[in-house]
Design a protein around this ligand. Sequence first.
Ligand code: NAI
Length: 726
Amino acid sequence: MSDTTTIRWEQDQDGVVTLVLDDPTQSVNTMNEAFTADFEAVVERLAGLASSDALRGVVITSGKKTFFAGGDLRMLSAARPEDAEAVFEKSMRIKRSLRKLETLGKPVVAAVNGSALGGGLEIALACHHRIALNTPASRIGLPEVTLGLLPGGGGVVRTVRLFGITDALLKYLLQGRQYRPAQALEHGLVHELVDSTEELTARAKAWIEANPTAVQPWDVKGYKIPGGTPATPAFAANLPAFPANLRKQLNGAPYPAPRNVLAAAVESAQVDVDTAMVIEARYFTELACGQTSKNMIQALFFDMQAVNSGAGRPKGVEKRPVRKVAVLGAGMMGAGIAYACAKAGIEVVLKDVSVEAAERGKAYSEGLLNKAIARGRSTEAKRDDLLARITPTSETSDLAGCDAVIEAVFENTELKHKVFKEIEGVVAPDALLCSNTSTLPIGVLAEGVQRTGDFIGLHFFSPVDKMRLVEIIRGPETGDEALARAFDLVRQIDKTPIVVNDSRGFFTSRVIGQFLNEGVAMVGEGIHPSSIEQAAAQAGYPAKVLSLMDELTLTLPRKIRDEYRLAVEAAGGTWTPHPADAVVDRMVDEFGRPGRSGGAGFYEYGEDGKRGRLWPGLLEHFSREGEVEVPFEDLKERMLFSEALDSVRCLEEGVLTSVADANVGSILGIGFPAWTGGVLQYINGYRGGPAGFAARARELAATYGERFAPPALLERIAAEGRTFTD
Ligand code: NAI
């Protein structure tokens, strides 16, 4: 046994050393300081034995369910620009150890017994041979770019040398794709696949036996990178297209990681392996010490973990998986919800006004599954199995025994009251009662049911099969038990839940409304519509603001706005109009352009419904006398700030109860740009932190209106010198 703590040293009689990665302080292995030091020590020890016959080879495996989880994200998310040399050195320490391992002169085999992501795959890539255990949960890949980083343990250098620059970039580095073991085998990321841990060990030792003098391909004299390098004329001719394509894809959005990945891949291909490692470490360090990776790690790793692990679930409520769910309404949402539930193994009774309508809803699942089969992602047996779980019906009596109900009929309070009244006595007496309303207050809908404590909002996003978020809305009378059960149901169907309190538009619809309003208000200011759309793209939004408004139709937000105004006035409050309101009214009433479904909106649409150019009338009707001089930076920040500020108000009003919910919900649900880390992390990470953000908000308020004035909660956090996450 060695004296290291995170790696067990096991040597058999044949001289094969197995390094079992097993950090006792965590449930997974990561490249934390202890591991880095331990790994250096074991590699030194191996090097000391390398010249003797006593060492025949090395197997690396893990004592955890997963092989290796990756970098130490806590450490990376604390790295500041002044830590650059330390971060660089840490990256080089790992690389030096791995380099020493692959040049030991003895065969080294990775026995990948579970997921190998990021640093885990980087360790495996430094082994001469890679064997993976084929488990359904295993994923293999280099996802660093999705957290604003790049693989800093030799992952860029080695994938480029194994697969060539183009394949390394497209298949592994630029999108951070995670592959199942069978796909990893197909791509050559691993060499063999086995079905049991016994086989894994046996195959690893057999390979060592058969390959006593293993070396990496790039350490063989005369080795050439597949597909060529910038020094190869044919490759060089294509090289300028790489940054141009990337530029086109990013469309100005501020994601530094893909640019650094590209530079590291191309530059590291032109030098020897050791110099290449230094180049990779420099690009890695720049990303690790920058703000974007911190934002993305906070939201997409830490906040995501908090949200999924049940931070918002009431404690002490026993888990009871749902066995049979009633989905009411088999339209776009109901059909998608039925698919998601059936996919998770839940029996679904899908009810609509006619059997034909219910069957159309079921056919939607069939369509999705047939597509998956065509792409090799599913099988006919799996399809038939899933479809057998969906029972289409128009009969209320078929809902008997359902332990949960998800209502997705038209967005109409009376209708929703009516359908709940019909079914409440038929389903299980303690069935969870959920509505997928996107706008109606849960408190008002609850007036239509008997058991108000079991009634809750379960807001799915379209298309349901692709969107991971579900917003759970707790009504004024919803009980803890219902909330816990709704939470568990969302997890049961493998989606990510955020929990919010009842309010108009809840969190997501309310906040995205601010973004839409801001873009529309700019039209009214006479700003060139192309600039508005480009500002949304450059801020990093996946959809441009005016095109999104057209998709949703202008009449829908107008209806919601008018209802809200009446409610505010009825309660004796004062209604403050948004500058967007007048633009929407003129578009609908004066120009007859209600959006895409009406055939005309901010854009023109062809006969086939295809979007054409921005409507030239916008400039003619909304332009003002003289030039409108609004800094482009202001356009981007107005969109981002409008959503971030309203999220602070949601937190202040108790609509949101957690910062993690806000960050995760905004990225997964409403397309708030991932580089920001979500609506509240954006404020945390803004230059100068919350205080800098508040100062900039005051500037925007002075120029564009009081809606940008910092809410009291923001002022308080700024004054205390902390962040929303502290
Ligand atoms: P849809 O119009 O596609 O489907 C509604 C379905 O309900 C239709 O098939 C209709 O025949 C059926 N229906 C009407 N009365 C019924 C009754 N008495 N019993 C059973 N079925 C009945 O509408 P969609 O888009 O699926 O929306 C449904 C609900 O989901 C609405 O409350 C909507 O606000 C909400 N929602 C919609 C989203 C979207 O992106 N479309 C997103 C999130 C929520």
